[in-house]
Every structure is written in C-alpha cells, then in structure tokens.
Design a protein around this ligand. Structure first.
Ligand SMILES: C[S@@+](CC[C@H](N)C(=O)[O-])C[C@H]1O[C@@H](n2cnc3c(N)ncnc32)[C@H](O)[C@@H]1O
Length: 259
C-alpha cells in the first residue's frame, strides 16, 4: 500500500532544494543519538503522557491501520502499540534516517517488528495511497515542515472517510502567571540547557523560535478545517504547553453540495 520514498520522488518534483526544510531534518539526524534523552529530560517526562493521550484518542474501532508522520525515533508508534489494543499496524515515516535507525532499535527491543514498520517519507508528499489508513498522526513534527497546510491536506488525503487526523504540537499557555513562567523557561532556560546537554545550540534556539511563532488553538483548528477536516477539536495538555488537535475526514455524502 505504501510507496517507497524513491517512487514518490520519481512521480513529482519535490521541493527538496529549500534550505530551511533540508536543514530541519538534518538537524534531527545530528542529534538522533541524544534525542530521546533530551526530549524526556527537558520535558521532565511529560511528553510520554501526551503521546499516551494521543493513543487514547485514536478512532474507537478494532484492527486500526495507523500512519505516523515525522515519526522520529518511533515513540508515537510504540505508544500506540503499548497503550491501544485496537492498533493492528503502524507505519512511521520520517526523512531523517538516523532518527529512524534509533526507532528501529527500540521497536526490535520491544519485540514489535510485526506491528510497526518504519520507512523514509516526507510529510508534505506522503508516499501512501488515498483513503488508505484509519488514522494519521503527527507529533511535534508539523511545526518542522515548511508548509503546514500542504501537510494537513496530505493527512486528509490518505485517510479513509471517517478516519481521524491527530496532531500533537506545542502551543502557548494562556493561564496568567503560568504563561509568563513558561515563556521565561522557553526563551532563556531551555536554549541554554538544551545547548549544554545536546552540544547543538542551534537546535534549541530553533525550538523556542518555532514554538512561539506557531499557530495554536482556534487558529490551528481553522487550518484543519481549511484542509478539509470536519468535527475539529482541540484538547489542551498540561495547561496548554501542548495541544492535541483532532479532525475527521468527512464521508463523501456528508460533504457540502456545490450549487
Ligand atoms: C521533534 S521530532 C518529533 C519526533 C516524534 N514524532 C516525536 O514525537 O518524538 C520532529 C521530526 O520531524 C521530522 N521531519 C522534519 N521535516 C519532515 C518532513 N518534511 N517529513 C517527514 N519528517 C520530517 C524530523 O526529521 C524529526 O524526526
């Protein structure tokens, strides 16, 4: 069902020359060996709870076939198999081979090779057929692609009608006091701590800049609606530090009739 990355590259001209896009996934390749440690340490383990919640928000059907974009080191596919018994198959896709390599080791250590497959794939040009999966997810990935709307349209395209698109992404808390404290951490503490632990100052400056400028809440819901999702909802996590967005691909007969 899934096309190889090379097959998709042959089918159309990919926007691979964009320096920003190239730089982003290459940056993840650079820090792949330390990514999990950094992630879980700098978030104090809260990110594990968010991925577990994502697993709980998958469609309530048995034998789910799920596609996880920008899968990184496969924490999302692993969380799905560990926390949701309805998940039959997960395919994780990413452009960063080193991140996928780390993920493969974890999948094999968990004995989940039969349920989880990883492959090279661009979230903006997904190598999968239309209407082919029950759920498509992206966790802390959509902020890293050059074209958010194109990625959302791709998510919608590969979903079966009635399937769920789920996005887990950082957002900005609105609670007074908490918001100021969080922004202080994000702007001044995280970049220094991240640079110290990872040895890659750019990665953590990039992180805080992209979090603050990224649409969240109703703005992000509007982007999902524009991409063709219906029943869009946003569920804030941990006071709004992150948000899970869910949209459903409408059945054809419920789409508006053009006059
Ligand atoms: C912050 S990591 C998130 C990894 C994982 N989803 C998680 O929850 O930990 C972002 C990932 O997005 C990937 N990425 C960036 N641009 C991409 C693209 N255009 N297509 C696929 N993956 C991409 C990076 O290589 C990286 O692995």
């Amino acid at each position: 069902m899934f096309l190889s990355h090379n097959e998709v590259m042959k089918q159309s001209t990919p926007p691979l020359s964009e320096p920003e896009r190239q730089g982003v996934w290459q940056m993840f390749d650079r820090i792949a060996g330390r990514y999990d440690f950094l992630n879980h340490t700098l978030s104090m383990g809260i990110d594990l709870r968010w991925r577990r919640r994502l697993a709980e928000m998958l469609p309530p059907h048995p034998e789910l076939k799920v596609l996880d974009l920008a899968t990184g080191t496969a924490d999302v596919p692993l969380a799905f198999c560990q926390h949701n018994g309805d998940v039959a198959q997960v395919t994780g896709m990413d452009l960063a081979e080193q991140m996928l390599g780390q993920g493969r080791k974890k999948i094999s250590a968990a004995g989940l090779e039969q349920r989880i497959q990883l492959q090279t794939g661009d979230a903006m040009q997904v190598p999968a057929e239309d209407n082919s999966v029950d759920a498509v997810t992206i966790s802390f990935g959509i902020r890293n692609v050059p074209d958010l709307d194109q990625t959302l349209r791709e998510m919608q395209r590969v979903l079966k009608p009635g399937g769920y698109g789920l996005v887990l992404e950082f957002s900005t808390p609105e609670i007074p006091g908490f918001k100021q404290g969080y922004l202080l951490y994000l702007r001044h503490i995280l970049p220094q701590l991240g640079a110290l632990v990872s040895g890659d100052a750019y990665a953590y400056r990039y992180l805080n800049q992209t979090i603050e400028s990224f649409p969240y809440g109703q703005d992000f819901c509007d982007r999902m609606l524009a991409a063709g999702f219906s029943d869009v909802l946003a569920e804030e996590q941990t006071g709004g530090i992150a948000t899970i967005y869910r949209g459903i691909k409408p059945h054809q007969d419920s789409a508006p009739i053009a006059s």
